[in-house]
Design a protein. Structure first.
Length: 491
């Protein structure tokens, strides 16, 4: 809040822009042939190029450019051709050349946008530019070693895509939706695995406050190196509060770069905010301007799939899924592909969604694998669903069958036959099972006749247990109701 000249309390409005840094899923680094694999022993994936030694020349990774093009096209950017690489000059211990090969004036793409959904409404968020650069090395601070740090240059030179968002976000809900939208897009495009625990997706936030309704921006503060959604939100909550306290005290917010301390849950000033001129950008003399030809552009377009938002809308409007089911499925491209393969195998969409978002997803999460690596293919799950819908096996038993399919890889019919799980169709056999349960559970019978409705569910469950899930629950319920209504003694 802030006070007006008449003493009226005027609310503040946050203005937030996010810069997203995503390591690209290429096999080699951006400008040399060293492996970009994560987790290798320190400094084992380096060469004279990524170590910044004198003499060696950079060679651009073509696959990194293709990935950058996919993202720029998916974000509806204008493709810049020719685009150029520049040297961004600054000193830091994990930057061996004392400059970073990046892009500023002529990036791969500019003037794009991303649509997000927040509280039932859609909003377009501007994308200032999409550019390609190289990642830095990594400082390692050994436990208990307060007087020195180590440097691992394995990450130095890994291709890094930066997506610079416009200051169009005005709430933490919008920030969360934007981060989710960008991550989902990168995963759908197959350009990054976005593993934040490995530093492959990171954020920098620019935030200011202004009186609500004012066209003027406040003093912008940048906060660097935020490596999780939760951290971004906590950091912004703190910074919003900090800036508001400064303004309410009649002081000015300093234009600066700050660092977030996750343990203290506070930000601290790092340095005055740099501008582009502070980095002394100039064209990289060892790399020629990059011309994006029509053939290359067409190849990139061909690799852009149906994106999450469009797919979600199609599944709702054309396939008939609920917004909830569609959102879960389209949150993971492999899961959505699996679902659509099940439907293509002849299963009704709602039944397929129930199984895929229920039992299948539970088994995948327990094993920590994606739908693409599921040991049960979509066609085999479709076979199991059809058997359950046809009454060949109960839903309860079908879930056990799926567990066995995951463990052994065998077909549903084979497991059902071997384990004797076929649904009991003989009403006489069902009636005999019901009679045994009634005799063995006199308390349940008494509770039902005393008007306790839950007793019927208990008795049905006992029959299902006695038949190893092979009984038809609806048929069992009907037999139980009829038998209990007779009023005769049960012995």
């Amino acid at each position: 809040m802030t006070g007006s000249a008449q003493g009226e309390i005027v609310p503040f409005e946050p203005v937030i822009g996010l810069e997203v840094h995503a390591e690209l899923a290429t096999e080699s680094k951006a400008f040399c042939g060293c492996s970009a694999r994560f987790g290798a022993p320190p400094n084992s994936q380096t060469c004279p190029v990524c170590l910044g030694l004198p003499g060696p020349l950079p060679v651009l990774n073509e696959k990194a450019v293709e990935f950058a093009l996919r993202v720029a096209l998916a974000l509806q950017c204008e493709i810049v051709s020719p685009c150029i690489f520049e040297r961004k000059n600054y000193y830091y211990p994990d930057l061996p050349k004392n400059y970073q090969i990046s892009q500023k004036r002529e990036p791969v793409g500019r003037n794009g946008r991303l649509e997000i959904d927040v509280a039932g409404r859609s909003k377009w968020v501007g994308i200032d530019d999409v550019h390609l650069e190289e990642d830095t090395g990594k400082l390692v601070h050994p436990d208990g070693a307060g007087d020195y740090s180590l440097v691992d240059y394995n990450r130095s030179g890994v291709p890094l895509l930066e997506i610079v968002g416009a200051p169009d976000l005005n709430s933490l809900d919008e920030v969360s939706a934007y981060m989710t939208g960008i991550r989902d897009l990168l995963l759908y495009l197959g350009v990054s695995d976005c593993r934040m625990e490995e530093g492959k997706l990171r954020f920098e936030a620019n935030i200011s406050l202004r009186p609500k309704g004012s066209p003027e921006f406040g003093a912008r503060v940048e906060i660097k190196n935020l490596n999780s959604f939760r951290t971004v939100v906590r950091c912004l909550e703190h910074e919003l509060y900090r800036q508001e306290q400064v303004l309410r005290a009649g002081e000015r917010v300093a234009r600066e770069t700050r660092l977030w301390d996750e343990i203290a849950c506070a930000s601290a000033a790092m340095r005055s905010k740099e501008e582009a001129q502070d980095y002394r950008y100039f064209p990289e003399p060892d790399l020629v301007p990059l011309v994006i030809g029509e053939e290359w552009l067409a190849q990139a377009w061909a690799a852009v799939p149906e994106l999450p938002k469009a797919r979600r809308r199609r599944l709702i409007e054309q396939v008939g899924l609920s917004e909830y089911d569609a959102s879960i499925l389209t949150g993971d491209r492999a899961l959505a592909d699996y679902f659509e393969a099940v439907v293509a195998s002849g299963v009704e969409a709602k039944a397929a969604a129930n199984w895929v978002t229920g039992e299948l997803l539970r088994f995948l999460n327990e094993r920590g694998i994606s739908a693409a690596a599921a040991p049960v293919g979509a066609e085999r799950l479709a076979e199991l669903i059809r058997l359950a819908e046809q009454g060949a096996v109960t839903t309860s038993a079908a879930k056990d069958v799926l567990a066995e399919m995951f463990a052994s890889g065998r077909a549903a019919g084979e497991i059902i036959d071997e384990r004797g799980l076929a649904q009991i169709q003989d009403t006489r056999e069902l009636a005999a099972a019901v009679e045994r349960v009634l005799v063995e559970n006199p308390a349940g019978v008494a509770d039902f006749r005393a008007g306790k409705g839950q007793a019927l569910k208990f008795l049905v469950g006992q029959v299902m247990k006695a038949t190893r899930g092979r009984a038809n629950a609806q048929a069992v319920t009907e037999i139980l109701r009829k038998r209990l209504a007779e009023g005769a003694d049960i012995r």
